[in-house]
Design a protein around this ligand. Sequence first.
Ligand code: ARG
Length: 405
Amino acid sequence: MPKKIVVAYSGGLDTSVMVKWLNNKFDAEIITATGNLGQRAELEGLEEKALKTGAVKSVIKDLRYEFVTEYLWKALKAGALYEGEYPMATAIGRPLLAKMLVDIANDEGADFVAHGCTGKGNDQVRFEVGVQTLAPHLGIIAPLREWEFKSREDEIDYAIENNIPIKISKKNPYSIDENLWGIAIECGVLEDPTVAPPADAYQITTDPKYAPEQSEQLTITFEAGIPVALNNTITDPIQIVEELNKIGGKHGIGRLDLIENRVVGIKSREVYEAPAATILHKAHHEIEKLVIDKETFRFKQGVSDKIANLIYDGLWFTPLFKALMAFVDSTQQNVTGEVVIELYKGNLSIVSRNSIYSLYSKELATYTDEDKFDHKASEGFMKIYGLPYKTMTQIYSQTDVKETA
Ligand code: ARG
């Protein structure tokens, strides 16, 4: 039986009911743990609320700096976009929250942790694989997988019976998860993939149709793969992301409406808004194209996809993630330079890119009389390069063998 449980706590209905439910079921001491990853939800009053709900202690940690520099920047350098598109705000946040639970459990001498994830999502995987890896001795409880409540109304009844302070607001039809890297919106009408997301599904971006008529240009500076300045003025990592969310959101940048493959095998539909992540991935990739040699660049595309899968699948704290990140880091040494990007009604375009490590050679690329490329050399190259196929066609034409291509 658990004696002391650290509960991942947001102060919403599920996690509030969870605190009391665990308390009633196990007669254990409950410590709530809340991480600030830049979600806009109110953190003020959370401690009081947790204590009123039955926790003996509430811990709130500002993890924003660590989140940006140790988690988001890694995903950015890796070019990690799940299934080619989703920048993974939620998926990148979970390992850090798992680490926070473990740290607090160790500090407080707790023997269990608990989280409010359901039994069919990805987040249970990310939390539990993270916790098991970092602290195999800790037990894990997932009340939502086992408790008796069938609906939100059941939970509200329980909250009222047990004097749990909850704000019974108008039911938000969506399930929303948010942090600095973006926001994920699902449930309600979004469960029908044939229906377009209603305007009220979007939380932080302007509909591109109503975005400003005037475009806006931004300058983003990178050093060794990491954004170090926005418009040559903002240099604080948290502020860079916040400001890009604000400006990008205003121009309707970073909306996504995706069908995705969950870890547990379900296909789900989710809507995302990630202005900063969208802008930074685009700008970062642009510098990479300028400074990374062809074979490394091509190889990295596969690594990016693999790393995205590892992050999505909850495998952040694993040897393969670490090893692939070592590869990524070695590709980033020259990813230094400046990108000017223009935002206009939901679109991003590159205005200019520049790097002291640029491999672009104008005298090789030009079609003018400055051209230094050896056109003659191409002739021999093609003879050898095309030889296997030329030979194949010649041989096939002399035999009965059917063409394969
Ligand atoms: N599908 C996303 C992921 O697994 C987000 C999950 C949380 N979404 C939510 N709306 N609560 O990373």
